[in-house]
Design a protein around this ligand. Structure first.
Ligand SMILES: Cc1cc2nc3c(=O)[nH]c(=O)nc-3n(C[C@H](O)[C@H](O)[C@H](O)COP(=O)(O)OP(=O)(O)OC[C@H]3O[C@@H](n4cnc5c(N)ncnc54)[C@H](O)[C@@H]3O)c2cc1C
Length: 341
């Protein structure tokens, strides 16, 4: 038996402190609670999570689209997460993702088709059936039926309410220093844990939130783009999140003019009615990433760190939480994602 296994076995029925109420800590607390482990969730910010990365995400649950260049573990855990979203939040929109390209970018669409799985080719009429607003605008595309999307700013409060319903205390405005904490804990501080995780870096992402009544989309639509995969995610109330840049920079002082132009142009080329939409917000945040862009669950004595969710926090958090809960409650290990020290 390893030292960490002994430490967690000794922890017995002690309350586990989960630190950070972003998507990672929230799902980890939920899965621990479901496994019968006493748990409390501690968050530095208020319920709006202004300083979290999760607040700014697209919220796409897209293991197929993300299989382009991602480690296999991302796809495996991503597919498992979809089941967990479905089970715990049955209202989760699981309507698939649509990927389209303009004729000049057809080569990029073909490459994307070769490098991803879980899709089928769709022609003009099926695109029109799936998304009537795009009728006549694109001749070919890819449809990924087994994907979904959530609105981060709605789903995080819903998950927090579910935790409270289960009797899990959530302490907002409560910063915890894991080095000073005595009991068993799971550190889900995202990029704020960087001082303890020297390999972690932030990868800048920028988004635009716009509103228009002139376009209706049911599911995320990705538009092939020579530099970034650009997407438009529908939100309730005629709002659309347009994302996202991927830039090796930790400057979150603002969205660059160039990124704003590219995001808004992408939406406009998807549908010209976006030209009349109102810009509600330009947002930027840092994705916490390890060098291989895969997540890690690092176990050291009775402390566990879950981090490096990169572009896939909403996609991966449920399954990562389940891996943590399986280990804490039953000693089960997932060697593809867990590390010991
Ligand atoms: C523009 C953009 C678009 C994205 N789109 C998607 C997408 O479509 N799908 C997807 O799956 N992923 C997406 N992501 C990635 C996703 O947002 C991240 O992987 C995820 O939010 C990381 O979550 P986290 O819980 O690890 O970190 P965070 O969300 O940053 O949460 C960490 C929390 O810990 C708290 N904290 C920090 N220090 C302390 C302390 N000492 N004590 C207590 N609390 C503390 C912070 O306040 C914060 O609330 C996107 C990211 C960006 C930037």
């Amino acid at each position: 038996m390893r030292n960490s296994d002994e430490a967690w076995a000794r922890a017995g029925s002690q309350e586990v402190a989960v630190i950070g109420a972003g998507i990672c800590g929230t799902w980890t607390a939920l899965m621990l609670s479901e496994a019968g482990v006493p748990v409390a969730l501690h968050e530095r910010d208020g319920p709006d999570l202004m300083g979290s990365t999760s607040r700014w995400a697209g919220g796409m649950l897209a293991p197929g689209c993300e299989s382009d260049g991602a480690e296999p573990v991302v796809i495996r855990l991503g597919r498992r997460s979809i089941d967990l979203w479905r089970r715990h939040l049955p209202e989760t929109a699981l309507l698939g993702s649509l990927v389209v390209s303009h004729p000049r970018d057809r080569g990029d669409l073909d490459r994307f088709a070769r490098q991803t799985s879980g899709h089928r080719q769709v022609g003009e009429s099926e695109i029109a059936e799936l998304e009537p607003a795009l009728a006549g605008r694109f001749r070919t595309g890819l449809f990924f039926p087994d994907e979904g999307h959530v609105e981060p700013r709605a789903v995080l409060p819903a998950l927090h309410a579910e935790l409270q319903r289960r009797g899990v205390p959530i302490r907002f405005g409560a910063a915890v220093d894991p080095a000073a904490a005595a009991g068993p804990l799971v550190d889900c501080r995202g990029l704020s844990a960087r001082a303890d995780l020297p390999e972690l870096r932030g990868v800048k992402g920028e988004t635009a939130l716009v509103a228009t009544d002139e376009v209706t989309l049911r599911r995320p639509v990705r538009l092939m783009h020579p530099r970034w995969p650009l997407y438009v995610v529908p939100r309730p109330g005629g709002r659309f999140l347009i994302g996202a840049s991927t830039i090796e920079s930790e400057d979150v002082s603002g969205v660059s003019v160039r990124s704003a132009l590219e995001l808004l142009t992408a939406a406009y080329t998807l549908h010209p009615a976006f030209g009349e939409a109102r810009i509600l917000e330009l947002g930027t945040a840092l994705r916490p990433a390890y060098p291989d862009h895969a997540p890690r669950i690092a176990v050291s004595g009775s402390k566990i760190s879950v981090n490096g969710l990169y572009r896939h926090g909403f996609l991966l958090a449920p399954a990562l939480g389940e891996v943590v809960a399986n280990y804490v409650a039953s000693g089960l290990r997932d060697n593809e994602v867990m590390r010991w020290s």
